[in-house]
Design a protein around this ligand. Structure first.
Ligand SMILES: [Zn+2]
Length: 487
């Protein structure tokens, strides 16, 4: 059995053709050309903007001319990951697919069902003879995976519809109606190097390791331990009792990851060493009470002998830095009232990095589906940095999409889902960025929803698409288009 033998054939045929076209993020010219050719071949109005986003329009089927205009939106690029033992060139080679145990998978590479299946469904709606619909727009965006860049630079004229269906969700039975916006806030601490004291001083490395870590959006509600916070807490407890010097410090890595590890080389009078070890043991025991069960098994807070460093950070900068790290919030800041049980606002104390130019950069990232709440937490983090004499740098970030449980398109989709499948779908809002946030910013009155078939292991060579959910999703999509209300 091959992909093109699957049903509904109008969707799988197109998915098969799309997977044959190379389409890495930022290298989308081949798939854009494919779409332009496709539109010409099927006599569809087509145009593209300066960001290579493709816009197609199809008039209503007879009798449906007075319906609201629906935009079917998907992204054309895919994440390119392969197993190390697979020879594959994503810029030239077609994805090799296989059908197995109810799933479609690639051979050792990402499949690109994210979001190739969304593209396939949109093209199928434009060409399948049995789909009845009002005025339609199909919108194909570029460079979603490396920062929502196509959507960010989208020609706003491409959003001249009433309803937008985003075809980029990965869990059948879930309707997504909201996402977080995000911003980064960095604190830059400037320090002076000073000669490290030598006589009667002990130098040690303090290390936090073994924490679970995770994604600062999708895992933030799990209350996982943050290595930067733990390191700061220990160093602050030492500073309360003795003069300590910091020779170097490092923690965390990516802005969107919860810090799993952090370390510092510090010095204190040799006579204080036993006390430092005792404080470490007390904190270690307390943390085993405080940390989540996921963090506990491998967590370690260790101290080991280090060699004498030549220089240390000046004392004021060291105190400012550790005070700020201790005080900075991390984790969930607020829960959604519209969507109980969903995180609305959060902040991640992501990383602490020393730079050669006598600067230490602390990177934090804030998310919220509410623009005002996002600005509030950005301001709070900024104030803490400034109080600690750090310079504050923020990025513009990306906008969120505030969930509206009363959305008309959501209610239509819910009703039809219930009629077809006997129960109600799960309504979710995700705590990460989606293109929808940018669409909403450009056209605030768009009624939007996101849904799709089940994709597991997206962005990895394990990516697979569940065949059964594609036909269910396709039937739902067709039924929804038929039931779009009049303008
Ligand atoms: Zn996607």
């Amino acid at each position: 059995m091959e992909v093109k033998d699957l049903t509904p054939s109008e969707v799988w045929d197109l998915f098969d053709k799309i997977t044959a076209v190379p389409r890495p993020s930022k290298k989308e010219s081949k798939i854009v050309a494919f779409l332009l050719d496709f539109a010409k071949e099927h006599d569809l109005e087509v145009t593209k903007d300066s960001a290579d986003n493709v816009f197609m329009r199809k008039p209503a089927t007879p009798g449906y001319e007075d319906r609201k205009t629906v935009i079917l939106q998907s992204h054309v690029d895919m994440v390119c990951e392969k197993n190390s033992n697979v020879a594959f060139n994503f810029e030239t080679d077609p994805i090799k697919t296989q059908v197995k145990d109810g799933w479609v998978k690639a051979r050792g590479t990402t499949l690109g069902a994210d979001d190739g299946i969304g593209m396939a469904a949109a093209l199928a709606v434009l060409t399948a003879p049995d789909v009845r619909h009002g005025p339609l727009i199909a919108l194909f965006t570029t460079d979603e995976e490396t920062g929502l860049n196509g959507a960010n630079n989208l020609n706003p004229q491409f959003l001249q519809g009433d309803i937008l269906l985003n075809l980029d969700s990965e869990e059948w039975g879930e309707f997504c109606i909201g996402c977080a916006g995000g911003r980064h806030t960095r604190g830059v601490f400037t320090f002076r190097w000073e000669p490290a004291p030598r006589n009667h001083f002990a130098w040690v490395e303090v290390k936090v390791s073994g924490l679970k870590g995770g994604h600062s959006g999708s895992d933030i509600h799990k209350e996982l331990g943050n290595a930067n916070k733990i390191l700061a807490r220990y160093l602050y407890s030492l500073m309360q009792q003795e003069t300590i010097f910091i020779a170097d410090i490092d923690g965390g890595n990516l802005h969107n990851a919860i810090a799993r590890e952090a370390r510092a080389t510090i010095g204190f009078p040799s006579l204080f060493k036993d006390r430092a070890v005792a404080l470490l043991n007390i904190l270690q025991a307390n943390l085993l009470d405080e940390l989540s069960p996921e963090d506990r098994p491998l967590f370690q807070l260790e101290i080991s002998t280090a060699s004498q460093p030549p220089q240390v950070i000046d004392k004021k900068a060291a105190t400012d830095l550790i005070s700020a790290l201790y005080t900075l919030p991390h984790g969930v800041i607020g829960w959604s009232h519209a969507m109980p049980g969903t995180v609305e606002t959060s902040t991640n104390l992501a990383s602490v990095k020393m730079h050669d130019n006598q600067k230490i950069v602390v990177t934090t990232s804030q998310r919220s589906s509410l623009a005002s709440a996002k600005e509030d937490i950005v301001t709070r983090v900024g104030i803490i940095f400034r109080m600690a004499s750090a310079e504050v740098r923020t990025t513009d970030g990306y906008p969120g999409w505030k969930p509206d449980p009363q959305s008309p398109i959501l209610n239509i989709c819910k009703k039809i889902y219930k009629r077809l499948y006997g129960d109600f779908p799960k309504i979710i809002s995700i705590h990460a960025g989606l293109e929808c946030g940018l669409f909403k910013e450009k056209k605030p009155d768009l009624d939007m929803m996101s849904f799709g078939p089940t994709i597991m292991g997206a962005h990895s060579p394990e990516e697979r698409l569940e065949i059964d959910t594609v036909s269910k999703w396709w039937d739902l999509l067709k039924a929804v288009l038929k039931d779009i209300p009049v303008r």
